[in-house]
Design a protein around this ligand. Structure first.
Ligand SMILES: Cc1cc2nc3c(=O)[nH]c(=O)nc-3n(C[C@H](O)[C@H](O)[C@H](O)COP(=O)(O)OP(=O)(O)OC[C@H]3O[C@@H](n4cnc5c(N)ncnc54)[C@H](O)[C@@H]3O)c2cc1C
Length: 387
């Protein structure tokens, strides 16, 4: 039976990032246990967004650290992350969303994020393809836009491959096709498809499957899977640059993609781990999208993909020791932001396990115990599901 300092359950971008940071810091016996292939869970299905616009202090701070890491990715990993800085534009139409967005902008500025506000005229002049006050009856007039020019998206395949390679080069073992079947936390015993192993610490980095892993270990990990569809629309004759656009009240987001866009589609809780794609972009989304981006009316739906988002009750990650199980650690529940936060999560977990003091970012707001001690702070800056 093999013995490891750390066993990481899940070989997505978070798991391999943790393994890389641990091994690079000198931890010699690190193993990643992945039931399928590296990235085959949600990581390779992510849209790749890297944004600093959030409503909670913790998500903003983590995103600032993440933004820096992706900016320096090439130097660290000798690989191009394909960081395309198309900018992020968040739009609010209804009064509560406008208040929420104005508050979030204030907090971002306080923390040093260079975020600009745009009114309808400013949006029209910067992005001639966007219609902030669509004539269509169902259209919502934009009251406030928040713009971060330097945000954008990365090539998820390139990033994942580079981090996984760096983890292996630093000495970590990444074992694919090796599912975890049971975890005896007090004994430090992990039962896998390849037999048992012992680990000083076991880290749950199993994305949308983390709630299941909790059940295997006999503890509660409040992460639920939510199926999210993404649709490709093309060709789209845009007159100017298209930013990554989140329409808080319209129930959608989209980002540029070659000669078209990729737009968010249906969200469903009932089949959260399924990855099938529906027949079409839901009509309510398509209508709202065409109101905001009239050129989309002529674009065809050219397929897409679906994956599972790992949601927690307040939309914040779970980072740190499990409060009820000594030796079991959590790095999961990123609620749709795990790709962007993966490098920071890896650094924090490695520092915490090896030195006891994480410094890359403050994990305290993401402690699992916040749901019991009243410290939960809901993240609210995401689009409302379609009406
Ligand atoms: C459609 C879509 C769009 C998204 N867009 C973005 C975005 O723009 N920006 C962003 O930051 N995030 C985005 N996300 C979220 C992002 O994909 C996740 O937050 C991120 O991939 C989490 O990484 P992970 O390593 O924790 O999880 P995963 O990549 O899911 O890895 C977990 C792994 O655990 C494995 N596993 C499960 N059970 C077991 C077991 N019993 N034994 C061994 N292994 C097991 C799974 O096979 C899986 O590979 C998006 C997600 C979806 C679905």
């Amino acid at each position: 039976v093999s013995a490891w300092d750390v066993a990481v359950v899940g070989g997505g971008v978070v798991g391999v990032s943790i393994a890389y940071h641990l091994a690079a810091a000198g931890c010699e016996r690190v193993i990643v246990l992945e039931q399928g292939q590296v990235g085959g869970g949600s990581s390779l299905r992510a849209a790749g967004g890297i944004r600093r616009q959030f409503s909670t202090r913790a998500n903003i701070a983590w995103s600032q650290a993440a933004h820096e890491r992706f900016g320096a990715f090439h130097d660290e990993f000798a690989a191009d992350p394909g960081f395309r800085r198309c900018g992020y534009l968040v739009l609010a139409s209804d009064e509560p969303s406008t208040d929420l967005l104005a508050g979030a902008v204030g907090l971002q500025r306080e923390l040093g994020v260079p975020v600009e506000t745009l009114d309808a005229a400013g949006i029209r002049s910067a992005f001639p393809d966007l219609d902030p006050s669509p004539a269509a009856a169902a259209g919502r007039r934009v009251r406030l836009g928040a713009w971060t020019e330097d945000d954008g998206y990365v090539d998820v395949g390139a990033v994942l491959a580079a981090i996984a390679r760096a983890a292996r080069e630093a000495g970590a073992v990444v074992r694919e096709g090796c599912g975890v079947r049971a975890i005896d936390v007090p004994e430090g015993r992990v039962q896998t498809d390849d037999g048992p192993l012992y680990a000083g610490a076991t880290i749950v980095a199993a994305g949308a499957w983390s709630g299941r892993i909790g059940r295997l270990a006999g503890v509660d990990i409040p992460v639920a899977p939510l199926r999210r569809e993404m649709w490709r629309l093309r060709p789209l004759a845009a007159r100017g640059p298209l930013p990554w656009t989140i329409d808080l009240d319209g129930g959608f987001y989209f980002r540029p993609d070659d000669d078209g866009i990729v737009a968010s589609g249906a969200l469903s809780r009932s089949d959260g781990l399924a990855t099938h794609l529906g027949r079409e972009l839901p009509r309510a989304v398509r209508g709202a999208l065409e109101g905001r981006l009239p050129a989309a009316a002529c674009a065809r739906e050219r397929g897409g993909w679906a994956g599972s988002v790992e949601v927690t009750p307040d939309g914040g990650a779970l980072i740190g020791p499990h409060p009820d199980a000594d030796g079991l650690w959590l790095a999961c529940g990123f609620s749709g932001h795990g790709f962007m936060h993966s490098l920071v999560a890896g650094a924090v977990m490695a520092e915490w396990l090896l030195d006891g003091k994480p410094s890359a970012a403050d994990p305290h707001p993401f402690r699992a115990g916040r749901f019991v001690d009243g410290g939960a702070a809901p993240e609210r800056l995401h689009q409302r599901p379609p009406d």
